[in-house]
Write a protein that binds this ligand. Sequence first.
Ligand SMILES: Cc1cc2nc3c(=O)[nH]c(=O)nc-3n(C[C@H](O)[C@H](O)[C@H](O)COP(=O)(O)OP(=O)(O)OC[C@H]3O[C@@H](n4cnc5c(N)ncnc54)[C@H](O)[C@@H]3O)c2cc1C
Length: 397
Amino acid sequence: MNASGLSPDQVTLQARARELAAGPVAKRAAEVDRSEQYPWDNVDLLKDARLLGMTIPTQYGGQGKGWLDAVLAIEALSAACAVTGRIAVETNMGAISAVMAYGSEEQKKMAADMVLSGDKPAICITEPDAGSDAGGMTTRADKKGNRYVINGRKHWITGGGVSRLHLIFAKVYDEEGTFEGIGGFLAIRDETKGLKIAKREPTMGLRGIPEAVIDFEDMDVPPSSLLIPPRGLKKGFADLMTAYNSQRVGAATVALGIAEGAYQLALDWSEKRHQFGRPINEFQGLQWKLADMSIKLSAAQALVYNAARSGEGGFPDMLLAAQAKVFTSESAIQVVNEALQFFGARGYSRELPLERMARDVRMFTIGGGTAEVLRNVVAGALLKKKLPQTRDGWAKD
Ligand SMILES: Cc1cc2nc3c(=O)[nH]c(=O)nc-3n(C[C@H](O)[C@H](O)[C@H](O)COP(=O)(O)OP(=O)(O)OC[C@H]3O[C@@H](n4cnc5c(N)ncnc54)[C@H](O)[C@@H]3O)c2cc1C
């Protein structure tokens, strides 16, 4: 893809990430999928290449890079290995960016140190009975003296069992049991009693990162672990959603990278593979497929870069991030599916990466806000109103 408007530093960064992707990351991708093991060696590679924690401000040991810088690295890595691309997302966007925006000095230092030394923070929102309706969560944090006691179950938590730092969302109740709103707490696995990894989900793709059920059983934390308080200046859940726009752009970028990788494989194969005495790219039926694939990728890339650029100095714009994620995730599934078709029977084989890419890319219309729910976000932004989804008109706030 042509990436226009990049600075010389960004071109260098992109080249560094592409080299890593085409070399050791590509070599390990099939094994990461097959073994379902978290690729700690790739984490070390990212660390050495300074692609972990790039967006962390310099005063906390990072490089103070922007979202577009992170996007360029994630895009390149995901073309070779989506799992590694996701690690780059979650060490530059999402929970870590929420800590950097809303955390105390102590919290920022702790999170920055952890990420820069290779931890991929986990963000815990979704519950078995509260998915798209995240506000319907039942995990609760009860204030008891000078502590909060957290109880509940989260599921589909990316990194559950490998991540150490967790950002956990819960309904906060004061000493009298009065609901104060949704807050976010930081906790470190293995250092916080009551945080239990209950089960690993058997996933269709992206198998190198565990998706886990996590139980909080009387998990006792001090008020200093509260990152996003439920009330006051920081509006709690609303702040999380603002920070989450960076994660959405990151997720869209992984989908884009996978599709670009698949497209390139199909393009190359279309020259090599001969049928009827000619390369298959001489058939107009396939030429038009290549044309459509490239149009989708160029449009998706423009949306993703634009959303990333909108966030410089803050977080990406909610509308642009949602538009980018919906379009890119859906287009990427189509592009990968078409790319697989170029290979005929070989595309269906586990010896080639296409079937892995098809499994991996399928996730991105689901995780981080489904395509349907993000269409609600887009419509709400266009109509400039909250669009209630409950039968009672979502009267409560
Ligand atoms: C690989 C993966 C990784 C994930 N990682 C994390 C993570 O790290 N942390 C975390 O907290 N969560 C994570 N999730 C969970 C993810 O955010 C949820 O799956 C998602 O928000 C949807 O919730 P649900 O699965 O319960 O689907 P549901 O909410 O049950 O939705 C079912 C269907 O109904 C549709 N739907 C629901 N409400 C509406 C509506 N109002 N309008 C139109 N359609 C609607 C949905 O789009 C969907 O098609 C992950 C999920 C996956 C697959």
